[in-house]
Design a protein around this ligand. Sequence first.
Ligand SMILES: Nc1ncnc2c1ncn2[C@@H]1O[C@H](COP(=O)(O)OP(=O)(O)O)[C@@H](O)[C@H]1O
Ligand SMILES: [Mg+2]
Length: 136
Amino acid sequence: MQTFITESAEETRGFGKKLAAKLQEGTVIALTGQLGAGKTTLIQGIAQGLGIKDPVTSPTFILINEYPSNPPLIHLDLYRLDSETQIEDLGIEDYFEKPAIMVIEWAEKLGTLLPSNAIKIELEVLGDNKRRIAIC
Ligand SMILES: Nc1ncnc2c1ncn2[C@@H]1O[C@H](COP(=O)(O)OP(=O)(O)O)[C@@H](O)[C@H]1O
Ligand SMILES: [Mg+2]
């Protein structure tokens, strides 16, 4: 496990931007961490790194957003889902087959549906602006 500390949202975006350079088509990133931990902020950095100009926000009603880049970025936010049935109804398995980079917020909700080769990143709040980012 590798851990990093960031002291601002901007630093977390910078971290995501650097991470993006190492991501390949087919990569699945599983993000966990409480509300406000910085999951969406990290994805904003990844999007920047992939050259995506669209603003990345937390999807409110739409659970899945796809952003054009090469490979495309798929942002999945499972916050509002609570049952595995609901999640299965999304047809998530089909998304895992896509030639894309997939980043999932609240990935723990996927349970056994999460591909075993997913990169797990855990964000933890250490203070107002301080976050711990752990990559497993
Ligand atoms: N070091 C940091 N990294 C990420 N976000 C931070 C940091 N410090 C403060 N913040 C703030 O915390 C909030 C994180 O929100 P968000 O990324 O939406 O979290 P999540 O998606 O995990 O719920 C933002 O308001 C952001 O500005
Ligand atoms: Mg979020």
